[in-house]
Design a protein around this ligand. Structure first.
Ligand code: CP
Length: 315
């Protein structure tokens, strides 16, 4: 595997999930693969889980790890081709990415969308420039439109905890005070549409995701209808795709509560984290027995390790 940017880079998602669960049982079995190999983790945006879990995954595989918070510690990057760099930017992404590729065997990149220009974000301009210029395999640590390591960890978690062969999985929109990217819901949707689950997306009118990611899902504006008999509920806020990056008039009653859980099949509640308590998800849910958010975050290690193992095997 030379690129991990979406579910489309994976030939067999069930095999990858099985690999991740195998690695969870035996984390250090493949240390020989990473000997004398280095991964560079480059962050243009903040991270707790992705940074630590990917670093841990690489260490489990015997790799060396370099982390660069390029937004804070690096030279200010110019992203536009043809720019006259007489402003605040100091280094062009062409040289920066190419130089990083000289120091490492694999690069991980995190870049968020600007949420201003949909075409620019959905063309993945920043992530693709790293892919084009670094000349080594690239793993997405979340890009403008997708978060595939998160989605793989989510599928690992569902596979591990399901109590029936084809569980009902519901992605439900939740309120927030800031416009958030569509990357996590887009990515979760496209992975669930390929997984052996009964998948429903519930959101208020106006928060439709791009159909490029939701083909095969049942989509409803009625949260109660969606939650009925759900086995897993994935809670997430996202801003509108049209008008792009906007928050629409308030929908406070979309926050999941214990009362709403009553209509589910004692659903397990998921969230990628970080989560704003009592805005996106209530204390009673997060502190309650149905929440599996920490377990889910723990599985980020095994998802990342399964992907890095595949990349190391192809070097
Ligand atoms: N879920 C997730 O990607 O968390 P971080 O932003 O902390 O990495």
């Amino acid at each position: 595997m030379k690129l991990f940017s979406s579910v489309h880079d994976v030939t067999d998602i069930n095999a990858l999930v099985a690999d991740a669960l195998q690695l969870k049982q035996n984390p250090y079995a493949h240390q020989h693969l990473g000997k004398n190999r280095t991964i560079g983790l480059v962050f243009l945006n903040p991270s707790l889980r992705t940074r630590m879990s990917t670093q841990k995954a690489a260490l489990n595989l015997g790799m060396n790890v370099m982390v660069l918070n390029i937004d804070k510690e690096g030279w200010a990057l110019e992203l536009k081709d043809g720019a006259v760099m007489n402003g605040t930017t100091v280094e062009h992404i062409r040289e920066a990415a190419a130089v990083m590729g000289q120091y490492v065997d694999i690069i991980g990149v995190r870049s968020f969308p600007g949420l201003k220009n949909r075409e620019e974000d959905y063309n993945e301009e920043i992530f693709n420039k790293f892919v084009n210029y670094c000349a080594v395999p690239v793993v997405s640590l979340e890009s403008a439109t997708r978060h595939p390591l998160q989605s793989l960890a989510d599928l690992v978690t569902i596979t591990e905890l399901k109590t029936k062969p084809r569980p009902k999985v519901v992605l439900t929109w939740a309120p927030h005070i800031k416009p958030l990217p569509q990357a996590v819901p887009n990515s979760f949707a496209e992975w669930m549409c390929k997984a052996d689950v009964d998948f429903t997306i519930a959101h208020p009118k106006g928060y439709e995701l791009s159909t490029d990611f939701t083909n095969g899902a049942t989509i409803t504006h009625n949260q109660d209808e969606a939650l009925k008999d759900a086995d897993f509920i994935y809670v997430k806020n996202w801003s509108a795709y049209e008008p792009y990056g906007k928050i629409l008039p308030s929908n406070e009653d979309w926050m999941l509560t214990n009362e709403k859980l009553q209509i589910t099949n004692a659903a397990k509640v998921m969230h990628c984290l970080p989560v704003r308590r009592n805005l996106e998800l209530s204390d009673e849910i997060l502190n309650g027995r149905n929440s599996i958010v920490v377990h889910e975050a723990g599985n980020r290690v095994w998802a990342a390790q399964a992907v890095l193992k595949k990349m190391l095997e192809s070097l």
